[in-house]
Design a protein around this ligand. Structure first.
Ligand SMILES: NC(=O)c1ccc[n+]([C@@H]2O[C@H](COP(=O)([O-])OP(=O)(O)OC[C@H]3O[C@@H](n4cnc5c(N)ncnc54)[C@H](OP(=O)(O)O)[C@@H]3O)[C@@H](O)[C@H]2O)c1
Length: 261
């Protein structure tokens, strides 16, 4: 059985791939070909729990392009894809008028459009087979009212959570037994912050810990996965505090985070 992981060249996606390699053959998706090839070689050495070796395939693909998402789907439409992890994603820091529109759009194409397309493509087959898992990576940003300096990113992650949760409760999906879950981590120590344009290193949970928790909860059927106690508190806070207070707190947090060295 196959697990497809987008965003497998680094961070959370890469760590999820390492865990799934114990039980599944893998399709590793990202843009950086060389890095993906090296990781693929490395992960192919994993011996699965059934005693066979993990068969991993590197699938270089820019998911910001819809035709590339389609190409990925068509390559595996006839295969027994058991798991899809939509892990590819990126952030962007800056006040709305300072961020180039092209940069924002390419983020939205990955965070929203690619995740939507791939979920929809693979879900149809999973429903027919009455089996499968789709794990969409959102963020703790998803359940907040928003954040100054990261407006488009927060909105994109709210989309991921709302979209994934809504589908998970649709009758056809529920009847089929297909799992659709959303992972909402707080800060995780990956390349994310550098790519998003933060000057310092905001730190955070290790991607290994985040991935381990996510896979464990996914296998138990948990639909909303929030790793770490402090992030769980922010979730509770988001349900209690007024939006204005949360937005003000988010602004202070972003300013501090951008200055941390
Ligand atoms: N790190 C955090 O603090 C944090 C917190 C909450 C949520 N998240 C979310 O977690 C997910 C994974 O992020 P991460 O922290 O693991 O960051 P990361 O280390 O930067 O990994 C991002 C991954 O996405 C891939 N990617 C980006 N654009 C792509 C594109 N156009 N086509 C294909 N792949 C693309 C990257 O591969 P290539 O560059 O090789 O294409 C990379 O493998 C993201 O959705 C992020 O929003 C992160």
């Amino acid at each position: 059985m196959i697990a497809i992981i987008t965003g497998a060249s680094s961070g959370i996606g890469r760590e999820i791939a390492k865990i799934l390699a114990r039980d599944y053959d893998l399709v590793l998706v990202a843009r950086r070909e060389e890095r993906l090839a090296i990781f693929c070689e490395e992960i192919s050495q994993t011996v699965k729990r059934d005693g066979t070796k993990c068969r991993a395939v590197a699938f270089p693909c820019d998911v910001s392009k819809p035709e590339e998402c389609r190409r990925l789907y068509e390559a595996y439409a006839e295969e027994p894809v058991e798991i899809l992890v939509n892990g590819a994603g990126l952030g962007g820091f800056g006040q709305i008028m300072d961020v180039p529109i092209e940069q924002e759009m390419s983020m939205l194409y990955v965070n929203i459009r690619a995740l939507h397309l791939l979920t929809k493509y693979f879900l149809r087959d999973m429903i027919e087979r009455k089996h499968g898992y789709i794990l969409n990576i959102a963020s703790s940003a998803a359940y907040m009212p928003g954040s100054p300096f990261m407006a488009a990113y927060y909105a994109s992650k709210s989309y991921v959570l709302s979209f994934s949760r809504s589908i998970a409760y649709e009758p056809e999906v529920q009847k089929s037994g297909v799992y659709i879950g959303t992972l909402c981590p707080g800060p995780v120590a990956t390349e994310f912050h550098k790519i998003a344009g933060f000057q310092g290193n905001p730190g955070g949970m290790s991607p290994e810990r985040c991935a381990k928790y996510a896979v464990k909860k996914m296998m138990r059927g948990k639909k909303l996965i929030i790793p770490g106690l402090s992030v769980k508190f922010t979730y509770i806070g988001s349900k209690i505090l007024p939006a204005g207070v949360l937005l003000w707190m988010a602004k202070i947090h972003q300013i501090r985070k951008s200055k941390k060295g």
